[in-house]
Ligand binder design. Structure first.
Ligand code: NAG
Ligand code: NAG
Length: 216
């Protein structure tokens, strides 16, 4: 039996200039909602259930996209992972919102496995305009993922009933800093190579985009 459910992705953008005072910082929040068809909620997906599989899937997929865009591999950081897990534990009703924490943050809900979530973020790179670098709601997960100065990642996940798995990844130092996209987000090292050829998951049927902005 196939049924419809939502794969929703969300990212956090920091519009923090190098020397800007925090009171002038602005953050924009963007949500991308992908509607997918899947056989069922993968409540037993090994990449979500097993800590070891989870960590290695996140690292492998994240570093796969980073390598393709000339960024050094990130390491898995327990502080960031604890922050993400703590946020999800406090978020009892699984509200699809950002934590408001100090890190870069990508959210996804409804993926079949951890790699699928990171692939969905990474595949936004196909829409990124390297000739006009900057933040865009359609590509913000990708730009955080491959941001060159980000060195650490840590993620948490939680099963949210019918919505499926809710994945939260924290990035440090945070990416998506306005004015730095040109240096921080690089073209595919091997245009036409493996990363460019990475197929979309068969289940992804439609991308719908919703965004809101807010000033902090
Ligand atoms: C590593 O991640 C990439 C991108 O998500 C994926 O294509 C590849 O199959 C993964 N490799 C392993 C060994 O899981
Ligand atoms: C983990 O990330 C935090 C950022 O919150 C950083 O202060 C810390 O140095 C990192 N830990 C390691 C071992 O790099």
């Amino acid at each position: 039996m196939r049924r419809l459910f939502l794969l929703a992705l969300s990212l956090l953008q920091a519009a923090v200039g190098g020397n800007a005072s925090p009171t002038h910082d602005q953050a924009k929040e963007a949500q991308t909602v992908t509607i997918t068809a899947a056989p069922s909620i993968p409540s037993t997906a090994p990449q979500f259930v097993s800590e070891r599989s989870f960590t290695s899937a996140i690292l492998n997929s994240t570093n796969f996209f980073r390598a393709a865009h000339n960024a050094t591999p990130v390491v898995y950081n327990a502080t960031l992972a604890r922050f993400a897990a703590g946020y999800l534990a406090d978020n009892r009703d699984c509200a699809f919102d950002h934590s408001g924490g100090p890190y870069g943050e990508n959210l996804a809900i409804g993926c079949s496995d951890a790699q699928g979530c990171v692939d969905a973020w990474g595949n936004e790179g196909r829409e990124y305009d390297f000739d006009d670098p900057g933040f865009d709601h359609d590509t913000g997960h990708f730009t955080q993922l491959v941001w060159k100065h980000t060195t650490d990642v840590g993620c948490g996940r939680k099963l949210c009933g019918e919505s499926g798995w809710f994945l939260v990844c924290e990035y440090y130092p945070r990416g998506n800093v306005i004015g730095q996209f040109d240096e921080e987000v690089q073209r595919a090292v091997n245009a036409g190579g493996r990363a460019a050829a990475l197929p979309f998951r068969r289940s992804v049927m439609l991308l719908v985009f919703v965004s809101i902005s807010l000033a902090l």
